[in-house]
Design a protein around this ligand. Structure first.
Ligand code: NAD
Ligand code: DAU
Length: 352
């Protein structure tokens, strides 16, 4: 079968990537989706059980740092679009092992860019390199009314955000220097199903469930702007199809929460759904040493995306967090498999 587009989605076995793969495979049977993922600790193919047998879905286990194999994948599948999500994504891990972040997030991205440049230089196809990035590249805001816009100067503070900022610069450089058709989006904190339980929301839901301490960094006063993951993938879909080549789009929820307030909402929701007394699990809150270089506040101005492409978040936070908590409660096996590492054994037999 000849497909209208052959789209390489990198990092498709991760949290946001798996939601994006599911959306594209189901919504666009005319597109062939190639999910390329190294299956690090964060990649879990069981996130995609419901689409793994669809005729327009393929999986390849490849490291984006392996230039030759990336070139082969481009040739084998005649790749004409890329949506690049593969990355080391957890700030705390970047503080412990910055090299892994430079390798995957910077060199891995450069491998993909160079492969796309070579593969597409003499084609007249509709090509696009879509780079999925983060609001953390803009640094940190004070407790005031300012927001990150697409014009905000880059000012990353963690090895993670420095590596993502660097990859964004390479993507723009490939556009400005070689004319590679690119688009970038910078999104705020995502939450929803299938998120690895090292990130705040799934970690805390899991700990509340198991009556384990909830490690709040510093005084819990840092602020994040939370967006439901399916609102993010809907924005990616829109930007992929209608975004202006060479442009950047900010994606955010207009939904700022101080960590400690968010944690109390989570506790209330989990306690309610488990039939515990309201606020019972607040005793699990444990203040711990702050994260080094901890950014104070993130908040995104996504009005460009709203005004130009008509995107808005669809879910109110209270609805989204309840939906998310319910998912983790109903999928405790997924949580247990991931925390014990069992999810890896099953796919290791297939993919090594
Ligand atoms: P994740 O950690 O859940 O998933 C990352 C995926 O990339 C995993 O499947 C992993 O196996 C794969 N991967 C890692 N290194 C690889 C390599 N060398 N080669 C091939 N695959 C590799 O991450 P996520 O939270 O889904 O984030 C996805 C992207 O979105 C990242 O680029 C991240 O910077 C960006 N982002 C995330 C958020 C968020 O809140 N999670 C917000 C904005 C932007
Ligand atoms: O803003 C987008 C970014 O959001 C993405 O680019 C990153 O990939 C993603 O991991 C996320 O980064 P954060 O550092 O904001 O997310 P995290 O879930 O790690 O932490 C959210 C907040 O909660 C942050 O202020 C640190 C705090 N925290 C986190 C953990 C894991 C705690 O207080 N305790 C914890 O145990």
């Amino acid at each position: 079968m000849r497909f209208q587009r052959n789209i390489l989605i990198t990092g498709g076995a991760g949290f946001i990537g798996s939601h994006l793969v599911r959306l594209f495979v189901n919504k666009y049977p005319e597109y062939q989706i190639i999910n390329l993922d190294k299956l690090t600790y964060a990649g879990n193919l069981s996130n995609l059980k419901d689409v793994e047998n669809k005729p327009n879905y393929n999986f390849v286990k490849v490291d984006i740092c392996d230039f030759e194999t990336i070139q082969k994948v481009f040739a084998d599948y005649q790749i004409n679009s890329v949506i690049h999500l593969a990355a080391e994504s957890h700030v705390d891990r970047s503080i412990k092992d910055p090299f892994a972040f430079a390798k995957t997030n910077v060199m891995g991205t450069l491998n993909l860019l160079e492969t796309a440049r070579q593969a597409w230089q003499n084609t007249e196809n509709q090509n696009l390199f879509y780079h999925v990035s983060t609001d953390e590249v803009y640094g940190s805001l004070e407790f005031d009314n300012t927001l990150f816009t697409e014009e905000t100067k880059y000012d990353p503070h963690s090895p993670y955000s420095a590596s993502k900022a660097s990859s964004d610069h390479f993507v723009r450089a490939y556009h400005d220097t070689y004319g590679l058709p690119i688009v970038i989006s910078n999104c705020s904190n995502n939450y929803g199903s299938f998120q690895f339980p090292e990130k705040l929301i799934p970690l805390f839901i899991n700990n509340i469930l198991k009556n384990k301490p909830l490690p709040v960094y510093g005084k819990g006063e840092n602020v994040r702007d939370w967006l439901f993951v399916e609102d993010h993938t809907r924005a990616i879909d829109l930007i992929f199809h209608k975004g202006k080549i060479g442009d950047t789009y900010n994606i955010g929820g207009f939904n700022e929460w101080k960590n400690i307030d968010l944690i109390k909402v989570m506790i209330k929701t989990v306690d309610k759904l488990l039939g515990r007394q309201e606020g019972e699990s607040e005793k699990l809150i444990t203040y711990v040493t702050d994260r080094a270089g901890h950014d104070l506040r993130y908040a995104i101005d996504s009005s460009k995306l709203k005004n130009e492409l008509g995107w808005e978040p669809s879910l109110q936070f209270e609805e989204g967090i309840e939906k998310t908590v319910r998912w983790y409660l109903e999928n405790q096996e997924w949580l247990d498999n991931i925390t014990s590492g069992d999810y890896r054994k099953y796919y290791q037999e297939m993919y090594g």
